[in-house]
Design a binder for this molecule. Structure first.
Ligand SMILES: CC(C)(COP(=O)(O)OP(=O)(O)OC[C@H]1O[C@@H](n2cnc3c(N)ncnc32)[C@H](O)[C@@H]1OP(=O)(O)O)[C@@H](O)C(=O)NCCC(=O)NCCS
Length: 132
């Protein structure tokens, strides 16, 4: 992607016909789930363990996503707390039928919590924070 995205590429996926609403546009819920997966992968690497999503904040849908768009989710670290990690996630599309036009479609802040085997919050080790 040549345009200025913030953060590291976490996932890339093609929007398929199964993800559409009756108008033919891609569901916002599908897009959010892709962003959630992207953030989860990023935070799991930092936490060195399982993370769950606790909050989605100030998510903005700027432009629609269409079938055939290549969706890329970029993740930028905002904050590591005691048990939580907050990231900013940007979703961009590369639109094949518009000569590869690149558009930022959605962005938002997501917070994840590291959990133990009993699904309770677990402290993120300092050594992991330094590597983030
Ligand atoms: C996430 C969960 C384990 C947190 O448990 P909890 O007992 O409420 O934990 P706490 O109140 O101690 O909060 C844990 C951390 O989350 C943060 N947090 C809690 N609610 C938050 C919110 N709404 N926004 C941002 N951060 C939040 C706290 O500030 C804390 O961060 P810190 O340790 O870095 O200071 C629990 O709420 C849960 O299991 N939720 C369901 C998760 C889920 O199913 N997600 C969807 C599928 S992955």
């Amino acid at each position: 992607m040549k345009k200025k995205h913030k953060g590291d590429l976490s996932i890339q996926v093609v929007a398929m016909p199964a993800e559409t609403n009756p108008s033919g546009d891609v569901f916002g819920g599908w897009l959010i789930s892709q962003m959630d997966i992207a953030g989860g992968i990023f935070c799991q690497k930092i936490a060195k363990g399982r993370v769950v999503t606790v909050a989605l904040n100030s998510t903005t849908f700027r432009y629609p996503v269409f079938v055939g768009d290549i969706l890329s989710c970029f993740v930028k670290l905002i904050r590591i707390g005691t048990t939580s990690i907050t990231v900013h996630i940007e979703a961009w599309v590369n639109r094949a039928f518009e000569e590869g036009k690149i558009i930022k479609v959605t962005e938002g802040d997501f917070t994840y919590v590291k959990v133990d085997k009993n699904r309770k919050p677990e402290v993120i080790k300092k050594v992991n924070r330094k590597k983030a």
